[in-house]
Design a protein around this ligand. Structure first.
Ligand code: CA
Length: 650
């Protein structure tokens, strides 16, 4: 046993207070989740969750459970666990001509009313996210609603105002507590089919005007993505100010996989808050608790995703990420909240793609249905399917909550359990076929507090298996190990190891090599030209029009090689040599020990000189090289040298 799992018996009884919540918060007893307290977190700091897909999920049979295993209303579960605000996206008309839903929850204003009512019943406020589109609006697309397709900007502005006003009135009539309204979603310079700030300002102000009239206490938010793009947010904020757009909150999506550092986010939002006297927040964020997909429909993030990975894809990693985003925004000037995106969009079934597909099409519980093709043929119409974020939810595929859901309560108090290994980093080894497979005794663990530590690993690799690897030629293997109750993986590449530096001249210079020009050739250098190289793009080039001027050596010295037998090889091609003397050679401690004659004949005819059975003792200095001497004829001797190799023979 290499670490101690602390079983914390302390219990906290947290009761909702001050925010008007009717739901008693979850009793947290001995949670194993490590949570570093967010200092000075305001009582009214917005801890939000977008659950826009929930109605469609429930139509598809999804059920949610609390930590006691009782089936419960999702909103109650979230409120119990510290979420105080629900976010819902609204599309004008996400249905085709025959009334088939586009998917993504089929969220029109009626769906938002239902979700808002249930949020209110659980004591939570609502952020209304108007996309002003009939389907997904994001930095790559802001398609105009079907009904507004042929409108000029004046008419569209009026339509947007009336639509916003009437939609909010519907919400108000049912007693929904709307705390914030977004005029547009991730509107990086585009909105509702408009592409100029001059036109967009009218739309934003029309939306804001409707919010002020219907919900005068609600905050008006603008929402952008890609805080990592240098200067972009300051440019948006400048334009909003220049056109006197009426808004309260400058909101950002922040997906840590792509969106730069938290420090950059915080600095950028602070500057906007200070310059323009605005509130700021993270409107969308998420982190994967597992790389695995659970609904047969590919996810945005998986094992091999080429993204910034500051946290492991574990339940604890998800909690640490959320905690750090909350901490960053809470300590940003004007920071009012953090909203997690679609934390309950789990699999609609574990049986098969076909069974799930039927539900996604029927209920709109996938990110898009095939019916979306009529509106968005290039994206949704082609790639429609299920949840792309089921591995970023706070519920497992059966609807049971993950321990990470407790983070929204625990950020206020901290949960200082003893850090322990949470995930083991991969070990990667390149081993010479004649070398020794030596797996390290430790591997890098990501601890539950997101620090890194080396921990002991026991590898499951028998001597017989090792022998097979030595005898199996160049190949790749995965070896499994255990570090306590965690799995470790070692990826081993068995290779014919080349001990030479810059063996194929791909550094495009003489790194590792020494050239001695004995004849005064016109040209003698490393050249970049793929068609003249044996492999890659670099090779050693020589040419000289003067007779008897091509004479040189090219060599590399090696010290501290393990004693044993080695083999050396190098290749050459060329022509117009006339009388020639070319050979590969090896020197041992300054003395020529072996040579192998070589010849150049014509373009593309490579000749390889090989010297096997080079026996090295302890402390021997080895030099490998090639000697080239050409008398020259016609237009002058020329040639190319490439791909030197020095391998162990055991
Ligand atoms: Ca999926």
């Amino acid at each position: 046993m290499i670490w101690i799992v602390m079983l914390v018996s302390a219990s906290l009884l947290l009761l909702a207070c001050g925010t008007g919540g009717k739901v008693a918060k979850e009793r947290i007893e001995g949670s194993s989740l490590y949570v570093k307290k967010v200092e000075d977190l305001k009582e009214d700091f917005l801890l939000g969750m977008d659950v826009s897909s929930v109605l469609a999920e429930e139509r598809s049979g999804v059920r949610y459970y609390d930590f006691q295993g009782q089936e419960r209303d999702l909103f109650t579960i979230l409120a119990q666990n510290g979420v105080n605000t629900i976010r819902v996206r609204v599309w004008n008309d996400p249905y085709d001509e025959s009334g088939k839903g586009y998917g993504g929850g089929n969220n029109d204003i009626d769906a938002a009313v239902e979700i808002g009512k249930r949020a209110a019943a659980a004591g939570m406020g609502l952020i209304v996210d108007f996309h002003y589109s009939d389907f997904w609006a994001d930095p790559s697309k802001q398609m105009v609603p079907k009904a507004w397709k042929d409108m000029e900007i004046e008419e569209k502005t009026e339509a947007l105002y009336e639509y916003t006003r009437d939609s909010l009135k519907k919400l108000k009539k049912t007693g929904v507590k709307v705390t914030m309204v977004q005029v547009g979603n991730e509107t990086n310079q585009f909105l509702c089919g408009e592409k100029t700030w001059f036109n967009i300002q009218y739309l934003l102000n029309a939306g804001a005007k409707a919010v002020r009239e219907v919900y005068p206490k609600a905050l008006v938010a603008v929402h952008f993505a890609n805080p990592e793009r240098e200067g972009a947010y300051l440019d948006y904020a400048w334009h909003l100010d220049y056109y006197s757009v009426d808004y309260d909150v400058f909101a950002s999506s922040y997906y840590p996989y792509w969106h730069g550092t938290l420090e950059n986010l915080s600095d950028t939002l602070s500057e906007i808050a200070e310059t323009y006297n605005k509130k700021v927040m993270v409107m969308e964020t998420s982190w994967a608790y597992t790389p695995e997909d659970s609904d047969f429909s590919g996810n945005t993030i998986g094992e091999g995703s080429a993204v910034t990975k500051n946290y492991p894809y574990t339940v604890q990693g998800q909690a640490n990420c959320v905690r750090d985003v909350i901490d960053a925004v809470a300590h940003t000037t004007g920071g009012v909240g953090v909203c997690y995106w679609e934390g309950a969009w789990i699999s609609v079934g574990t049986e098969s793609w076909e069974a799930n597909h039927e539900k996604w099409e029927r209920d709109g519980s996938g990110w898009a249905s095939s019916y979306a093709a009529s509106y968005d043929p290039n994206d949704a119409g082609k790639y429609y399917g299920g949840s792309a974020v089921d591995n970023q939810a706070f519920f497992d595929p059966e609807g049971h909550p993950l321990e990470s859901l407790r983070v929204f309560n625990l950020v206020r108090y901290g949960n200082d359990v003893e850090p322990r290994p949470d995930a083991i980093g991969d070990t990667r080894l390149v081993v010479d076929l004649n070398g020794v497979i030596e797996l390290p005794e430790t591997a890098d663990a990501v601890m539950t507090d997101n620090s890194r530590e080396a921990v002991p690993v026991t590898w499951q690799l028998t001597e017989a298996e090792k022998q097979k690897m030595y005898e199996g030629g160049p190949a790749a293997y995965t070896v499994i190990g255990r570090a306590g109750d965690l799995e470790a993986k070692a990826y081993i590449s068995m290779v014919e190891y080349n001990f030479l530096q810059n063996d194929s001249f791909e550094t495009l210079d003489l790194t590792g090599w020494t050239v001695t020009d004995l004849g005064g050739a016109d040209e003698l250098y490393v050249e970049e030209k793929a068609t003249d190289s044996l492999t890659g793009v670099g090779h050693m080039h020589f040419w000289s029009a003067k007779a008897n001027s091509v004479e040189f050596t090219l060599e590399q010295e090696l010290r501290d090689l393990r004693p044993g037998a080695y083999q050396y090889a190098i290749s050459i091609m060329g022509g117009d040599a006339g009388e020639q003397e070319i050979y590969a050679y090896v020197k041992l401690n300054g003395e020529i020990a072996a040579t192998a004659p070589m010849h150049i004949t014509s373009y593309g005819s490579w000749d390889t000189g090989r010297i096997p059975d080079i026996s090295l003792g302890e402390g021997d200095v080895l030099v490998v090289g090639i000697y080239v001497k050409c008398q020259g004829e016609g237009s002058g001797a020329w040639g190319k040298i490439d791909d030197a190799m020095l391998n162990s023979q055991g």
